[in-house]
Design a binder for this molecule. Structure first.
Ligand SMILES: CC(=O)N[C@H]1[C@@H](OP(=O)(O)OP(=O)(O)OC[C@H]2O[C@@H](n3ccc(=O)[nH]c3=O)[C@H](O)[C@@H]2O)O[C@H](CO)[C@@H](O)[C@@H]1O
Ligand SMILES: C=C(OP(=O)(O)O)C(=O)O
Length: 434
């Protein structure tokens, strides 16, 4: 079994550089399917298992995908298939993002129902509501969602009940090739939405208002392959910011963009962490004593749910009682039990977690329950007494490139081992149960 073994007590110092954003690159790769003419070249693509999975989905659909280091070249100019089978969707929920492009380009799409996952039930009703408003007939049966439209999708006025990131992306992609203009209200405002809009516009699309609560998407008849550089990963950046702070260290996180991270920066500063812009990143200096805070996860620009578990690690070290309320996903506290195994004084009350710090954490064998929980347990291990062994690393590999290697370079006492001495095959995708 693969494990990361970390021995707590080392202060982190130095510089770390973040990769391109997982949550930006996945929709952008799905959007490459919109280009019926020319090749797309993507730069700063992180070497994550999720990127390999979505590339496999595209290849299954008949697109040509070449991965050369951090560059990905996609040629989707040929006739495409229209179905995304369960074997892909269960490995990675973001596979549902091919639905919008396929429907817009081919007039039909059939995607396996994603089902629930470790952090919540995650329905896709808002995606489907958008497609229906654009004239698609949607049917759910035999574990598949099938959508088809006679002729082309039609621009429509769509109001999302919740600013869902995935629904916003799927609808943007579908609307980009629709007949007429789509107005999308109460849409998501995440930086990854802006990156997707910039990419679609580089392909010849006409999207305005990305990053605000209302977007106007004027459909065009054809989109073309384009070159695009993926934005830096704000969640990877935030994770290293917490690593620096929790160890009382001094780390320059290159690629951390202040305007993408304002809610996290505000909360970390409230906790006593010093954060300054420097060059292309943020310098983080951990204080001697951390002050507890209350945090509530919200859609952007609110506090990101994808930083919730890492901030729980930091709050475990604060002097006093802090609280985290999760409002985005109904079940994103699976890591709490694992923290308890490390002697954390922490309890769940409904949708909130009460954290009494500072906990004298003890090393233990703990299992990652999802991607961010994996990172959070490793962060806790950086300050726990003795050795922490974190298993279920398939979750970590979905979203972090060489996480232990980057921490090692900053001075952590950490290694990744394989008890069975079987070489890890990141590109060979296994069931992630996400
Ligand atoms: C690949 C990717 O970008 N993943 C991110 C994306 O996930 P994802 O796009 O799945 O997240 P959404 O914003 O869609 O989901 C947020 C909430 O809305 C609910 N919902 C969503 C769609 C829908 O049709 N109906 C519905 O009820 C979900 O169950 C969830 O409770 O945004 C999340 C929220 O910032 C992040 O945690 C994920 O890392
Ligand atoms: C929940 C996450 O991702 P996904 O939506 O791909 O499961 C995440 O990145 O933390």
């Amino acid at each position: 079994m693969e494990k990361i073994i970390v021995r707590g007590g080392k202060q982190l110092n130095g510089t770390v550089k973040v990769e391109g954003a997982k949550n930006a690159v996945l929709p952008v790769i799905a959007a490459t399917l919109l280009a019926s003419d020319g090749k797309t070249i993507l730069n700063d693509v992180p070497a994550l298992s999720d990127v390999f999975t979505i590339s496999e989905v595209l290849r299954y659909l008949n697109a040509k995908v070449e991965i050369n280091g951090n560059e990905v070249v996609v040629d989707a100019s040929q006739e495409l298939k229209t179905d995304a089978p369960f074997e892909y969707v269960r490995k990675m929920r973001a596979s549902v993002l091919v639905m919008g492009p396929l429907l817009a380009r081919n007039g039909k799409a059939s995607v396996a129902l994603p089902g629930g996952c470790a952090i919540g039930s995650r329905p896709i009703d808002q995606h489907l509501k958008g497609f229906e408003a654009m004239g698609a007939k949607v049917q759910v049966g035999n574990g598949f969602i099938e959508a088809h439209v006679d002729g082309r999708l039609k621009g429509a006025k769509i109001y999302l009940d919740f600013p869902s990131v995935g629904a916003t992306e799927n609808i943007m992609m579908a609307a980009a090739l629709a007949d007429g203009t789509t107005t999308l209200e109460n849409c998501a405002k995440e930086p990854e939405i802006v990156d997707l809009a910039n990419f679609i516009n580089a392909m010849g699309g006409k999207i305005r208002g990305a990053g605000t609560g209302t977007m106007r998407i004027e459909g065009v008849p054809t989109l073309y392959g384009a070159q695009h550089t993926i934005i830096p990963d704000r969640i990877e950046a935030g994770t290293f910011m917490v690593a620096a702070a929790i160890t009382g260290g001094n780390v320059l996180v290159r690629g951390a963009v202040m305007e993408h991270l304002s809610s996290l920066v505000a909360k970390m500063e409230e906790m006593g962490v010093t954060i300054t812009e420097e060059g292309d990143g943020l310098r983080i200096i951990g204080p001697e004593k951390l002050t507890p805070v209350d945090i509530k996860t919200m859609p952007h620009p609110g506090f990101p749910t994808d930083m919730q578990s890492q901030m729980m690690s930091l709050l475990l070290q604060a002097s006093g009682t802090g609280m985290i309320t999760e409002t985005v996903f109904e079940n994103r506290f699976m890591h709490v039990e694992e923290f308890r195994r490390m002697n954390a004084d922490i309890k769940i009350e409904g949708r909130s977690v009460i954290i009494n710090g500072p906990s004298k954490l003890q090393g233990a064998e703990v299992a990652a329950t999802d991607l961010r929980a994996a990172a959070a347990l490793i962060l806790a291990g950086l300050v726990a007494e003795g050795y922490t062994r974190v298993t279920e690393l398939k979750h970590l590999d979905r979203g972090y490139v060489n996480f232990h290697g980057k921490l090692l370079a900053l001075g952590a006492d950490i290694e990744r081992v394989n008890d069975e001495a079987v070489k890890p095959e990141v590109s060979k995708v296994t069931d992630m149960n996400v």
